[in-house]
Write a protein that binds this ligand. Structure first.
Ligand code: HEM
Ligand code: CU
Length: 461
């Protein structure tokens, strides 16, 4: 969590620099902008994945006998991947974005050489292998404890009405995530391997449309998985506060079953701009993007409200951040669904509307959950209320974060494109306002990290 928190903070500073540069408040070499953009995208997604994985492992270990050696191997592969990725960006000059869209790693316009692209892809592969190991261990232990993966998913209870040994919510979540994220990572690994061969032997050709589809399937599923892993913190921690255990009801298990399918099927919304994809894929993309909001908003956000209501819960920093995470996640899905409409997507997809929606469910979603979990780990049990510093930091994070994402959405609605290093003068007001909000988020996050470190130090005494 410490590693994740520090990297979140550093990447936020990179984000702030990009936004300040777009507002023309500093002059930044566009080449540098794309290095920062690449590092920010890969670093944020990586830290979200790392913190999500730490949370899921921590709570799964309450129910399973997991081997720490596997986690250490996972962490080792992860760190080795990070070193290669950072090297490829800041030494090799790779600036082709975290999505490594084929054939961009190979066609740098002279900005970086093939080896930098290879290094980036190999870094990703190492992280992917680490995750496969991680999920394999979870899968093995779940299968042996809950009578197969179907038992862990809870589907036996759902369909066969077998109510003995119903898996707890964390196990349902773990089983679901390991199924869909393993599929996603395998697609990602396949296209990474093909891209690496293509970089080394250009005569080995890759079908660009197939590569794009595989990359976006992987990317979409992987980033979603980070939130689905982190939300287990809510299932496990909230009951400590409300005295009401989070239950694996049929509705809950059914919603997770839907997530396993939908999280894969909604990736079709990444095809809405591809004129050469068949029309039915667009129809599926639109319909499923809408439908996928139901298990999330309908079940998680609604259940959270029901569990909290009338429970006499005392708000402290961890529970405030965790609740913010769920609310931000739910709210962020709304602009995502809007963008999932074919007619809107044609107009908005390459605008800042898109960073607007995903910063909502990441910055105010996954990251809030991760800091909530971290604050809970080091909480002082004697303190059951929000201190005035906690309240200030929490409010600053919400205020800065909400302002920051709203400006992205406003920019998108005004057709300001995403991923442009240099903005026209007419666009700079938004970038400047966003920089102010971003600075507030960075400062609040700094306090959260410092507070966590102080908590760790206090506990180790
Ligand atoms: C203070 C907080 C943050 C700031 C100031 C910030 C800033 C930015 C900026 C300026 C961009 C480029 C927008 C454009 O395309 O014009 C961006 C993209 C992105 N950000 Fe953030 N961000 C922050 C937090 C986060 C968090 C918490 C995450 C994920 C956990 C995240 C993930 C991403 C991703 C995946 C991209 C897309 C990169 C790409 O287009 O290749 N950001 N961010
Ligand atoms: Cu997606």
């Amino acid at each position: 969590m410490l590693l994740g928190g520090v990297v979140f903070l550093l990447m936020m500073v990179f984000g702030l620099i990009m936004r300040v540069a777009q507002g023309d408040l500093i002059s930044l070499d566009p080449e540098m902008f794309y290095l920062l953009l690449t590092a920010h995208g890969a670093g944020m997604v990586g830290s979200a994945a790392l913190s999500g994985a730490a949370i899921l492992w921590f709570f799964s270990a309450r129910h399973l006998n997991l081997r720490s050696s596997i986690y250490i191997a996972f962490l080792g592969l992860f760190l080795a991947g990070v070193v290669l990725i950072l090297g490829s960006i800041f030494i090799g000059g790779y600036g082709g974005a975290w999505t490594f869209l084929f054939p961009l790693p190979a066609m740098s316009g002279g900005l970086w050489e093939a080896w930098a692209g290879v290094m980036f892809c190999v870094g990703y592969l190492l992280i992917g292998v680490g995750f496969l190991l991680y999920y394999l261990e979870l899968g093995l232990k779940i299968a042996s404890r809950y009578n197969g993966l179907l038992g862990g998913l809870g589907w036996r209870y759902l369909f066969a009405n077998n109510s003995t040994d119903v898996p707890p919510p964390t196990i349902v979540a773990a089983s679901s995530v390991l199924v869909f994220n393993t599929i996603g990572i395998v697609f990602g690994a396949a296209v990474l391997a093909a891209s690496i061969v293509n970089l080394l032997l250009p005569s080995f050709e890759v079908d660009p449309l197939l590569a794009k589809n595989a990359i976006y399937f992987f990317g979409h599923v992987f980033i979603n998985a980070t939130i689905y892993m982190a939300v287990t913190a809510v299932y496990e921690i909230l009951p400590d506060y409300t005295g009401r255990p989070w239950k694996s009801t049929k509705l809950f298990i059914g919603a997770w079953a839907a997530v396993v399918i939908f999280v894969q099927a909604v990736y079709f919304h990444h095809l809405l701009q591809d004129v050469n994809m068949p029309a039915w894929t667009m129809a599926v993309g639109q319909v499923v993007s809408y439908a996928s909001g139901v298990p999330l908003i309908g079940v998680t956000v609604f259940s959270l409200a029901v569990y909290i209501k009338g429970s006499g819960l005392k708000w402290d920093l961890p529970i405030s951040l965790l609740t913010l995470g769920v609310v931000g996640w739910g709210l962020g899905s709304i602009p995502a669904m809007v963008d999932g409409m074919v007619s809107v997507n044609k107009l908005m997809h390459n605008t800042q509307w898109v960073p607007g929606h995903f910063h909502t469910y990441l910055l105010l979603g996954e990251v809030a959950m991760a800091f909530g979990f971290a604050a809970w780990l080091v909480r002082d049990k004697a303190v059951t209320t929000l201190s005035s510093l906690d309240r200030l930091v929490f409010r600053a994070y919400v205020f800065g974060g909400a302002g920051f994402v709203l400006v992205f959405l406003w920019s998108g609605a005004s057709s300001i494109p995403r991923r442009w290093a240099v903005h026209y003068e007419q666009w700079q007001l938004q970038s400047q306002l966003a920089s102010g909000f971003a600075l507030i988020v960075v400062l609040a996050t700094l306090v959260l990290v410092v507070r966590y470190v102080a908590g760790l130090a206090r506990r180790s005494q």
